[in-house]
Design a binder for this molecule. Structure first.
Ligand code: FAD
Length: 395
């Protein structure tokens, strides 16, 4: 293999390029990215960058810059598998021997009318800059969506004393972690002054030119000068339409080695995927699962770089490298950490708790099987779960 093209210059694309060079690959390596920036890390966007404690430069991804040809500001428009060619939005054609799909996700758009100004989403550097710029001193901020990004932004803004209300149809915040953790997370936010409207839908985001309020399905009108829409994300995979690559709700289907599959379930020659746009068969999931977290993007990218130079039969499975998904989230003085595939849990049990600190350790089970654990301010305890949550060793 002498000509590798990476589509997407986020964490997965950049990390893949670093790992491929570290493995000794000395052929051509090109990264195509529709953003104009050098690659950067997204976790600080809702935390340190929004708070102003990091500059954009401090959001740079870690590690040495690999030797690559960058194609910035260009979008992949189409994949021609027969000709092994990537077609860009300006019509340029890039031939490849090996291809990494790493186009990540974008913020889910609001399905309804919106005022022209004052309504934001948060996924990239420009989003954080324009959201920050629209928050004046007396801002009344309404966040629609109590997932991780909504909660992190609420925490960041409350630390500045801003007026923050969070709305969600779910009965508790960060629902992937279950009701016990959600209720405790809500209490922590409320103790810092966040107002929740949970179990409530939004009927309308109001305002002619600039946003003025958010009308709830209860009839309550929340006054707002700024609104953040944080209702999840969708995969950037439209450009793969018609390529015959297998996708489930827009997420690229991989086998256990990060090799991309076609619609008949066969490995597509020379094409791998990594990060938020891709799914792989985790042992606690049903079929291939998409794990939208930093460490998963890093691990898939490392594995894809190791495997892309190997024949399909010789490739390593994710279970050998990283079978335990992890994530972290920082909210106030609480470091949330998890291990395992939390979506598989049907029951959550509190193992230990100290509301004063606050600290918390919760296990998630599916039936009798342990599938995940979440901790608040108990980092070491989470590490202890890795062995129990790892994929069974085959053979
Ligand atoms: P991305 O980082 O989305 O990169 C994909 C790149 O591909 C983008 O630059 C995109 O513009 C580009 N692209 C898209 N389509 C095309 C195209 N057609 N052609 C060319 N380029 C294209 N995870 C945690 O574990 N902990 C956290 O605390 C945490 N905080 C987060 C906070 C925020 C605000 C966000 C947005 C995410 C956070 N995450 C966190 C998730 C983590 O950042 C992602 O899992 C990670 O960025 C995924 O990397 P990726 O390379 O797959 O995708």
């Amino acid at each position: 293999m002498r000509d590798v093209v990476v589509v997407g210059g986020g964490l997965a694309g950049y990390r893949f390029a670093q790992s491929l060079r570290e493995s000794g690959y000395d052929g051509k390596l090109t990264i195509v990215c529709d953003e104009e920036h050098r690659p950067y890390d997204r976790p600080p966007l809702s935390k340190q960058l929004l708070a102003g404690t990091y500059t954009e430069e401090q959001c740079a991804l870690p590690g040495d810059a690999p030797e690559v040809t960058w194609v910035f500001g260009r979008r992949a428009a189409r994949l021609d598998r027969d000709l092994r060619t990537l077609v860009l939005d300006d019509g340029a054609e890039l031939p490849y021997d090996g291809l990494l799909i790493a186009t990540g996700r974008r913020a889910r758009a609001w399905q309804g009318n919106l005022p022209a100004r004052g309504v934001h989403t948060l996924r990239d550097l420009a989003d954080t800059a324009s959201f920050r710029a629209s928050i004046g001193e007396d801002a009344r901020v309404v966040i629609i969506g109590a997932g991780f990004i909504g909660c992190e932004v609420a925490a960041t803004l409350r630390k500045e004393g801003l007026d923050v209300t969070v709305v969600d149809v779910a009965p508790y915040p960060m629902p992937v972690m279950g009701a016990e953790i959600g209720a405790r997370a809500a209490r922590i936010h409320e103790s810092h002054g966040v107002r929740f409207r949970l179990g409530r839908g939004v009927s309308e985001v109001q305002g002619d030119d600039r946003v003025t309020g958010v009308l709830l399905d209860s009839g309550e009108l929340l006054e707002a000068t700024v609104v953040l829409i944080a209702v999840g994300s969708v995969p950037n995979s439209e450009w793969l339409g018609g390529s015959g690559i297998a996708m489930e709700r827009g997420v690229v289907t991989c086998d256990a080695t990060c090799s991309v599959l076609d619609e008949d379930g066969n490995v597509v020659d020379g094409v791998m995927a990594a990060g938020d746009v891709a799914a792989w068969p985790h042992h606690h999931g049903e079929g291939a699962v998409c794990i939208e977290h930093w460490s998963n993007a890093r691990d898939m990218a490392d594995l894809a770089a190791r495997n892309i130079l190997l024949e399909a039969e010789a490739r390593w499975p994710m279970a050998e490298l990283a079978s335990v998904p992890t994530f972290w989230s920082d909210q106030y003085d609480v470091k949330i950490k998890s291990a395992g595939f939390l979506r598989a849990a049907d029951r959550w049990t509190i193992v230990s708790e100290d509301p004063e600190k606050p600290s918390l350790l919760v296990e998630g089970h599916r039936g009798d099987e342990l599938v995940g654990a979440v901790a608040f301010n108990m980092n070491r305890s989470i590490i202890n779960y890795h062995r129990a949550l790892a994929a069974p060793v085959s053979g």
